[in-house]
Write a protein that binds this ligand. Structure first.
Ligand SMILES: CC(=O)SCCNC(=O)CCNC(=O)[C@H](O)C(C)(C)COP(=O)(O)OP(=O)(O)OC[C@H]1O[C@@H](n2cnc3c(N)ncnc32)[C@H](O)[C@@H]1OP(=O)(O)O
Length: 527
């Protein structure tokens, strides 16, 4: 079968051929059948082309290999050779900057990946890496195309290999817009950001039927791998939305904060928010009493340009906040303890969340601003047995390895190992500031007094009075706000109201920072 066999015109003059081309293009644009389109819509999903149109600037899409078809045989495949082979690939622009995209067409073999389909994706990934432009995948596919057997599996291998090669070179964003099983779930896991849509997208290695057969557990597709599960429980997805339109608009927003590749800086934006704007409200937002909770998100909103921020992993590991934001138009990555969730302690998930974010920012030249208010690592058998040592070490490793500008600010308390890990000067922060409310110490005064004055307290006539007096002494000696500044371990103690201006001035100075790590193949980070 040739293209010409299927087109209405038999003409062989130039005009006839052009008319034929347009007829073929129309066939490609329409897709396999109206019935398949209706079925897609009935599931509450857009078509692949509608999604691409929402993602890219209007009229900017250039399709690559729209006429591609598979050459597989058996299981009736000879008679079913739709154009595109179930994936639409190409490039366009987002706010004028080049972005590569591939979108599974669920209407064709359920978006399942065969050999031709895979090589189209490989080609577009290679182009994105060579052009140094982000890659966005719009996923709506049933995994390996069962009829193509090992050829389909090999196709996935080629994608994983390229995902890994592109890691830290170009931003890779996976948008999950349908059921993504098996191989279709692993590629997103290798990328920088995963977006999901509630109810219509799921990710799992094996679906509910296999789970039931192997473990006897009964669960729905959404219960196993829906957007809320991955946004709140597993941490597999970074962003979850109610509909595809909002989801794709947020992908555009994220792209506006990322550089095209690791050799560029993130795009700067105009800001109407004065750099020297005072934040007098900050003193009201943060209670001086270290045991009282508050919402760190409000502090961040007050500091950044007109609240311009995109929080990552908003609902997973909520005891730490990681967010992209702008300060005087420049993109920064903010990592902040959240005192209103688990008192802002560091635990396994918070360490993993922050470590990945620090690593991503470092790869894409995004300066780090760390806001500390942390009582320490979470004690407990679960945490120790769950490997808090190696998970906490991931965060330490990520910071120690980061060569981008790094500024840390201690708002209130910063105790023990958590103080060191959260970008202390000793692990390489370029500038460290503290508010006059800061308490940097090995631990809280109560705990410290109980350990070092145990004997005196036990032997005292009035142990409680002795304990209170020792706590007071410890606080006066070691926990006054200027102790660290006197030793050069914080660069300055600042008025909270001036925080925004201090951060902006410091980031401006650090913009030309250059730092190299020793030559090596790669490090061996804790896993
Ligand atoms: C390495 C790996 O990737 S292993 C994983 C291999 N993939 C799988 O096991 C998934 C198998 N598929 C499924 O479980 C389901 O099709 C789901 C959950 C993905 C989607 O379910 P539904 O939305 O109900 O769609 P439905 O099952 O009708 O599939 C749509 C079409 O895609 C086809 N299809 C689905 N999965 C595949 C596949 N993996 N290979 C080839 N065709 C497939 C279906 O036969 C159907 O074709 P038709 O329209 O001609 O009848």
């Amino acid at each position: 079968m040739t293209l010409l066999d299927e087109t209405p015109s038999g003409a062989h003059d130039a005009r006839g051929r052009v008319a034929e081309l347009h007829a073929i293009r129309e066939q490609v644009r329409r897709g396999p059948s109206d019935r398949a389109t209706e079925a897609q819509k009935a599931k509450g999903k857009l078509t692949a082309r509608e999604r691409i149109a929402l993602l890219l600037d209007e009229g900017s899409f250039n399709e690559v290999e729209p006429l591609r078809r598979h050459r597989a045989t058996g299981f009736g495949l000879e008679a079913k050779k739709p154009y595109t082979d179930g994936v639409i690939t190409g490039w366009g622009t987002v706010e004028g900057r080049t972005v590569f995209v591939y979108a599974h067409d669920f209407r064709i073999f359920g978006g399942a990946l065969g050999e031709a389909h895979a090589t189209k994706i490989h080609k577009i990934m290679d182009m994105a890496i060579q052009a140094g432009a982000p890659l966005v995948s719009l996923n709506d596919g049933a995994g390996a195309r069962i009829q193509e057997g090992v050829s389909a599996l090999a196709g996935y291998g080629g994608i994983f290999q390229r995902n890994t090669k592109a890691s830290g070179v170009i931003p890779q964003i996976s948008v999950m817009l349908g059921p993504c099983a098996g191989g279709a779930a692993y590629s997103p896991a290798l990328t920088d950001f995963v977006f999901m849509v509630r109810d219509t997208s799921q990710m799992f290695i094996t679906g509910p039927d296999v789970v039931r057969a192997v473990t006897g557990e009964e669960i729905t597709q959404n219960g196993l791998g829906g957007a809320d599960v991955h946004a709140e429980t597993s941490g597999v997805c970074h962003f979850a939305y109610d509909d595809e339109e909002t989801c794709l608009a947020e992908v555009r927003y994220l792209l506006s904060m990322l550089p095209s590749n690791n050799r560029e800086n993130p795009p700067a934006a105009e800001s109407d928010d004065p750099a020297e704007r005072r934040g007098d409200v900050l003193l009201d937002l943060v209670p001086a009493d270290g045991n009282r909770p508050y919402d760190m998100r409000k502090v961040i909103e007050e500091l950044v340009d007109d609240g311009d921020m995109l929080e990552v992993h908003e609902r997973w590991a909520t005891n730490i906040i990681v967010t992209l934001a702008r300060l005087d138009g420049q993109v920064v990555g903010i990592i902040a303890n959240q005192p209103q969730s688990l008192a802002g302690v560091l635990d396994i998930e918070a360490s993993e969340k922050a470590a990945r974010f620090v690593q991503m920012c470092d790869a894409f030249n995004i300066p780090l601003v760390t806001l500390l208010d942390v009582p320490g690592f979470l004690p407990g058998v679960d945490q120790e047995h769950g490997g808090i040592i190696r998970h906490g070490a991931k965060l330490l490793y990520a910071y120690c390895n980061a060569t981008v500008p790094r500024i840390s600010l201690i708002l209130r308390k910063a105790y023990g190992g958590a103080y060191i890990v959260m970008d202390s000067q000793s692990i390489g922060a370029d500038l460290t500031y503290a508010w006059p409310t800061n308490e940097i110490a090995v631990m809280g005064a109560e705990g410290a007094a109980n350990v070092i004055f145990r004997k005196q307290i036990a032997e005292a006539d009035d142990p409680e009075a002795m304990r209170a007096s020792m706590v007071k002494e410890y606080k006066a000696e070691l926990m006054h706000p200027y102790y660290a500044a006197e030793r050069g371990l914080v660069d300055d103690v600042i008025d909270p109201a001036e925080t925004r201006e201090v951060l902006i001035r410091s980031l401006a100075m650090l913009r030309t920072k250059h730092a190299d790590l020793p030559s090596r193949k790669h490090g061996n980070p804790p896993q």
